[in-house]
Every structure is written in structure tokens, then in C-alpha cells.
Design a binder for this molecule. Sequence first.
Ligand code: PGA
Length: 245
Amino acid sequence: MTRLVAGNWKMNGSLAANSALLEGLAVPVGVEVAVCVPFPYLAQLQQRPAGLALGAQDVSEFESGAYTGEVSAAMLADFGCRYVIVGHSERRALFGEDDEVVGRKARAAMAAGVVPIVCVGETLTERDEGRVMQVIGRQLEAVIKVLGAQAMSAVVLAYEPVWAIGSGRSAEVAQVAEVHAGIREWLRRQGVAAGSVRILYGGSVKAENAAALFAVPEVDGGLIGGASLVARDFMTICRAAAGVV
Ligand code: PGA
């Protein structure tokens, strides 16, 4: 399947900085590339390099109405978002999003035709305790419970070990391969057409380690934080995903 590289700008950017960054982006052939930007910049990104898909970083679980400060999935669709990140570990840890909220947000996105990029992953303590697949299974369970097995095959998953995010310390290739295979096996056991689910890796993906990570057969792309803010680095990562190193 075509790999997907999604940039997660997080809470970074300005109108001027975004324009400069976008000038340096040219989507290579053979890979799908998206940028997930802060809500106010969805308007600015209506003008963007050819072939670059648009995404957001969060979405309301509610459809519309009296939910001050929330942004609905329909609004994201209105702005042409193909993707939305759901359940990023920063939202889980800092904004109290539990597995059930993440499931409902994924459902809200799907209902509006926006593909959720559902993030899962363990903390270092959970890894040390040997509970990686137990934790990820619990996180996935909450999503499949609301979506059902069939719709689950249409989501994008991102394995992001919490300890690898923004730390400069990517997971080892062998660790990534093991967890991605574990996730696919888990999906299969739930009756999901696991072969068609894109599973991205995220956590300190850089220009230097991208090719090695994308060489893992189970890795269908990447969710890129820090390195997506530097056009040259992000392009190197995209080319690595396209197989043009
Ligand atoms: P990072 O972030 O690439 O800066 O580690 C990844 C993410 O949080 O999605």
C-alpha cells in the first residue's frame, strides 16, 4: 500500500512561518503526504503545494451545538481535511482524554468523512512492565467498540511509544517491527481486514533514521512531529517513505 507521511505541527507556527515552510514542500511521487496543522491555519492551508493533504490535530466528539471552544468533524471536512489525529498521547496525558473519548472522537471523524489517525502507544513504565500489547489492545478495544470491525479497517493507526515522542530517542527498528506485527495480529483476531489498515510509526522520526524505519515491512508510514517543521528534513523523510532515498 502507498505509505502515508503525516506531519504533526503541534502548537507551532505563524502565518509567516507557515508560508516559508510550505514553500519548501513538494510532494514526491509514490507517497501520500499530509500536514496536520493547528485549527486557525486550516484557512491558510487552503492554498498549499500540489498533492499535499490536509489534516487537523484534534476534533470534538460532538456534532454541533453548545460546546464552547470545540471544533466539529464537519468543520474539518468543510475545510477539506482528509485526516485528523485522534488520541495523541499529549492529549491523553495533558488534557485527560481517556480511551472512550478517543473512540467517540474517531467515530465523529468517520461520520463526517474525515479519516482518524488514531494514536496508540505505551509509556516507558508500561514497556518495562512488559505490558505493551496489553495497553495497546485496551486503547484499540475502545475504538473498535464504537466503530465496529468493518469501519476499523478504514482508520489509520499510529504507533507512538510515549517515551519516543519528542525525546530524540526513536524506538529501535526491532521494537517497531514487533509492535506493528502485534497490532496487525490483534486486528486480525478482532475480524478486521488488517492487511488494509495503515499503521504509521511516530516518535523521533528524523531524516537520519526514516529510511531504516520505513524498511520495516509492517510500517506503512510515519507521524512526524519536530522534523515536520523543517522543510528539508520533512522532505527527506517523505522521499525515504517513497523509496527514493
Ligand atoms: P516527534 O513527535 O516526531 O517530535 O517525536 C511525534 C508525534 O508526537 O506525533
